[in-house]
Design a protein around this ligand. Structure first.
Ligand code: CA
Length: 87
């Protein structure tokens, strides 16, 4: 009987760890833009979620250096267009 309980606890633990790992990978997959971080100089890092429209993100992006200096990672695919998922 105790052996069966130990096996059940191990299985539940493995399932729990698997769910944590899945959550980790999903959180860091597509949704990189929601992380609140700071740049090396301590200034705030802006993400796509900080802008209500793609146009506002684009204006900020270009005023902050544009594609050659994408400090905020707003244009991860490097095509010069920021936050394509925003309206
Ligand atoms: Ca882009």
């Amino acid at each position: 009987m105790p052996r069966r309980i130990i096996i059940i606890v191990i299985i539940i633990s493995l399932l729990f760890i698997s769910l944590l790992l899945l959550g980790y990978f999903f959180d860091h997959g597509d949704d990189y833009s929601t992380e609140r971080t700071y740049l090396e100089d301590g200034s705030r890092d802006y993400d796509c979620s900080d802008f209500s429209t793609q146009r506002k993100a684009q204006i900020f992006f270009e005023s902050a250096g544009g594609p050659l200096k994408d400090l905020h990672g707003l244009d991860r695919d490097g095509d010069g267009v920021t936050c394509e998922s925003l309206p």
